[in-house]
Design a protein. Structure first.
Lengths: 236, 311
């Protein structure tokens, strides 16, 4: 456990130095406890893989007392304190080269057929470690080891929103058009970030994501429902 | 209502920013120069949280349709009302049909225009601030353009005030900004840290509300420039593989995977945002306690800055 100053308005609470479900669960549990206890002076919190950035108001709490108060919560920060996770279903169309434009190349690199790669990817359940980089973008793992693949040698400058990508052990869904180094296997018609919605971001840290394989026809149907504001994401 | 006749290169509605959305990847936004922003509001009798305009390098030209008070602070942009010069850092009374214009900045980058009552745009996630990349807040999530109309909330009569001359910041020269080591200072060599706190760093034109890109002596890594992604604080000095620093500002990404050598303290961060491309900054190392003392001083300076106008 390390407390690292991140300027005079934030402290980085480092609970580990690896990407692991165990460490990240403690990060999210610590965040939950800090929010629940309403620690004096805490303004907001940002979980990441293995650390929690705690923003505070130094007019309300000093650095040392804040670190001490957080430190007292760390031993209780276990999976037991977290509410049960939400399961969010994301329909994903793999079977159209216009949408999953790296599927064939990634499959070849992995020595699989495109269909097998899509099936393996869609068959797993993913943990949202945290949201970052762009609004609503989930950092996830959960893929079978068989489809771990190094990131693209040359990142592309533009990735369409909704693109579902893999790189290393990670999976992500691009929330807005942005640069990216992941292999794009498919696309979801469900927006992860909708600036015109009352709640613009769909996913939260700790969510579980399941991809449901859909064909191009259903992709277009859901896309039309999203545009008409009549689509409701499947969350349980 | 104010009617925008010319918008200027990047004029946005900002309030003090959004809170609690960084865990969803949405940055706080708000003014790059909080000190000048707060004074623009106080000069027109507003609470600090009211929405005002942030103008970049050059201001807008706009028409007012109602009597009221405005005030301009921050970058030194020549102000005229119906062609007549008006003073910055002071309350300006306007009447219906007045045309206000802010010219190109002579010093600094960002000017603020406060409006008595505050600008009336919808609250989005608890804030009126514009986040341009995310297309939320302010007026339709974008910078102003010619023909826009912005509502102004009503206010009571505003007593004319001005900012004491001694409290008006100087945006010229080579400011020294103070920074706290970390969170990843252990990923840099002693040589790299000496460069950071000894060298001059020039502000590059690619700077924006997300971050200021700087160029100067290489800040050398001891081992690798990538980390497991973590949260990024205001003023974080991120150093990618080329050893050149990027100072992250109000529209920053909430998390990132590059090492962050140090963090510029909150009472100095506006100096970075007001340094023009080509201007240089220097850094001085302080600890957290000293930064908190500086913040209290900055709060006290804000309290003392505004004086009643002497008739």
């Amino acid at each position: 456990l390390r407390f690292l100053p991140a300027g005079d308005l934030a402290v980085c609470v480092e609970l580990g130095e690896a990407i692991s479900v165990e460490v990240n669960t403690r990060v999210r549990a610590l965040e939950f406890l800090i929010q629940q206890k309403g620690l004096t002076g805490v303004v907001e919190t940002v979980p990441a893989y293995s650390s929690l950035l705690v923003y505070y108001d130094p007019r309300a709490v000093g650095y040392e007392p804040l670190c001490a108060a957080i430190g007292e919560l760390v031993p209780q920060a276990t999976t037991a304190v977290l509410p049960p996770p939400r399961i969010v279903e994301l329909p994903c169309c793999y079977d159209d080269p216009e949408l999953g434009f790296d599927l064939a190349a990634a499959a070849q690199r992995l020595g699989l057929s495109a269909d097998e790669l899509a099936r393996l990817h869609a068959g797993a359940e993913y943990l949202v470690y945290f949201i970052g980089f762009t609004p609503g973008l989930p950092y996830m793992t959960g893929m079978p080891g068989r489809i771990n693949i190094p990131r693209l040698d040359t990142p592309r400058t533009k990735t369409p929103p909704g693109s579902v990508g893999i790189g290393g052990i990670q999976c992500c869904v691009y929330s807005v058009e942005s640069p990216g180094g992941f292999w794009i296997l498919g696309r979801t018609p469900v927006p992860l970030y909708d600036p015109s919605a009352a709640e613009p971001t769909l996913l939260r840290p700790g969510d579980r994501v399941r991809f449901r394989r859909i064909d191009r026809g259903e992709f277009d149907t859901i896309g039309a429902a999203v545009a008409a504001r009549s689509y409701r994401p499947v969350i349980s | 209502v104010i009617r925008i006749l010319d918008a200027g290169p990047q004029t946005t509605v900002q309030d003090l920013g959004r809170t609690g959305q960084m865990r969803y990847g949405i940055p706080p936004s708000g003014p790059v120069d909080r000190f000048a922003f707060v004074l623009a509001n106080r000069l027109v009798g507003n609470p600090d949280t009211a929405a005002a305009l942030e103008c970049t390098l050059m201001g807008p030209r706009f028409e007012t349709t109602a009597a009221g008070a405005i005030a301009v602070t921050g970058a030194d942009m020549p102000i005229t009302v119906n062609g007549q010069e008006a003073a910055g850092w002071a309350t300006i009374a306007v009447k219906p049909g007045d045309v206000v214009k802010l010219g190109p900045a002579r010093t600094g980058v960002r000017a603020y225009i406060g409006f008595g009552g505050g600008l009336d745009v919808p609250l989005v996630l608890g804030s009126r601030s514009t986040y341009l990349r995310g297309r939320v807040g302010g007026l339709e999530g974008r910078a102003l353009k010619k023909g826009d109309e912005l509502g102004v909330l009503t206010s009571g009569p505003v007593r004319p005030r001005r900012v004491a001359r001694s409290a008006i910041p100087d945006y010229t020269g080579e400011p020294t900004v103070r920074a706290i080591l970390g969170p990843q200072d252990d990923r840099f060599t002693d040589e790299g840290l000496r460069a950071l706190f000894g060298g001059r760093y020039e502000v590059l034109p690619q700077s924006d509300r997300m971050g200021s890109r700087l160029r100067g002596p290489r800040i050398e890594h001891a081992r690798g420039h990538d980390i497991i992604s973590d949260g990024i604080a205001l003023g974080s000095i991120q150093v990618p593989g080329d050893g050149q620093p990027i100072v992250l500002l109000v529209d920053r990404q909430s998390t990132g995977g590059y090492t962050k050598v140090a963090t510029i303290c909150s009472s100095d961060i506006w100096r970075v945002g007001q340094a023009r491309p080509g201007q240089s900054i220097r850094l001085r190392r302080i600890d957290v306690d000293e930064a908190h003392r500086l913040l209290r001083e900055s709060d006290a300076a804000l309290e003392a800055a505004v004086r009643e106008e002497i008739a």
